[in-house]
Design a protein around this ligand. Structure first.
Ligand SMILES: Cc1ncc(COP(=O)(O)O)c(C=O)c1O
Length: 373
């Protein structure tokens, strides 16, 4: 079977809604903002100044939608930065590490480990729990975490893109500011974001294209003075003061992010999108659980609704996995190869991924198992 447009299971950059492609393509040709008769409005989003009123309106709408659609509390600061989530791994300890206090981290996967590495290079770091010993197949229960009281902050990765695990609920961190890497599940369902002191997410999964990083935080956290060695561009205070326009932002990426958030709003917000996501993931996990060829990597209770990971059984598992991925690609199912660090398979089924694509995958898996299992 060949299809005009494959189902895109890529982990990121990832699938975006078709209507967002259309809306964005039009803005690349000519913005034509209703009610804006400036010359910029007659130009492409790719060529207008980030200091123009036309871009200002796009930027401000994007920020307003981050509050309204994603549920970031109104009194939080919202920044749209560059450098990806990876730059946040370094900016966090630089800006929010408190001398004499450890920064606490929960190690639930490769991205957590990268965040921990940056913190270790900059100051005392405490790993309060880790699931590394079981190939990050679960989120360690909060009751097993070591004490992190008195830490400068507690950092968690809410969804582990590579291993396919997800916190069912954001943890309670008491008086310690909770910092969350929400890169791969932001906007995927309602979340208690008021528990979060600072949250961040690379846009390229649920929010838009690569090259924009959303950061939101309680104002008092961002008003802290960073130590003298921290360069101007790496200080949160710089970006707060300049409303994310300290240097030229990713104007195109911010427009797409705004379009994606408009789409989520039209769909009924994170509540409605979350129900669809639960249904999609539920179908896929049910198929894995009833299979004797495929098995889900993530343990029940820790399973991600965004990235579903699995392996194939049997002695010839590597060859079989290769065959499976090749046959899937031929059937128009793209991007199912697991991350190079874990192997196996992964279906990233972010907000924009259609339910019929999950049905197609489930049917394909059943057929593969029946004929080649
Ligand atoms: C959970 C998580 N954190 C951080 C990153 C790194 O993001 P970036 O490539 O934007 O630096 C990723 C990338 O996939 C991720 O999934």
């Amino acid at each position: 079977m060949s299809v005009a447009r494959p189902y895109n299971f890529s982990a990121g950059p990832a699938i975006l809604p078709t209507s967002v492609f259309e809306e964005t393509a039009a803005a690349v040709r000519q913005l034509n903002v209703p009610g804006d008769d400036s010359l910029e409005s007659k130009l492409s989003i790719l060529e207008i100044s980030h200091r123009s009123k036309t871009f200002d309106a796009i930027h401000n709408e994007a920020i307003a939608l981050v509050h309204e659609v994603l549920g970031v509390p109104d009194d939080y600061e919202v920044l749209l930065l560059q450098g990806g989530a990876s730059l946040q791994f370094a900016m966090l300890p630089m800006n929010l590490g408190v001398p004499g206090k450890a920064a606490a981290y929960v190690d639930t996967g490769a991205w957590s480990a990268k965040a921990i590495k940056e913190s270790k290079g900059l100051g005392e770091t405490l790993v309060v729990a880790s699931s590394k010993d079981t190939t990050y197949d679960h989120i360690p229960a909060e009751a097993t975490w070591s004490d992190f009281a008195g830490s400068s902050y507690l950092h968690v990765t809410s969804n582990n893109t590579i291993y396919g695990t997800e916190f069912a609920e954001l943890p309670d961190s008491g008086d310690v500011p909770l910092i969350v890497d929400l890169s791969s599940n932001i906007g995927s369902r309602p979340m208690a974001l008021d528990k979060v002191a600072l949250g961040y997410a690379g846009a390229q999964k649920n929010l838009g294209p690569s090259g924009v990083t959303l950061v939101f935080a309680r104002k008092e956290l961002l008003s802290r003075e960073a130590p003298g060695y921290v360069p101007t561009i790496l200080r949160y205070g710089t970006h707060v003061e300049k409303n994310s326009l300290f240097n030229t932002p990713n104007t195109f990426g911010i427009l797409v992010l705004r379009n994606v958030l408009r789409w989520v709003k039209r769909r009924g917000g994170v509540e409605a999108v979350g129900k669809v996501n639960a249904a999609k993931a539920g179908k896929l996990y049910a198929a894995l659980d009833e299979s004797s060829l495929f098995s889900a990597h993530a343990k029940e209770g820790s399973r991600s609704q965004m990235n579903v990971t699995w392996t194939l059984g049997g002695e010839d598992r590597d060859a079989k996995t290769k065959d499976f991925l090749a046959a899937a690609a031929t059937a128009g199912l793209s991007g199912l190869k697991g991350h190079r660090s874990v192997g196996g398979c992964r279906a990233s089924i972010y907000n924009a991924f259609p339910e019929d694509g999950v049905d197609a995958l489930v049917e394909f898996m059943r057929e593969f198992e029946r004929t080649q299992g």
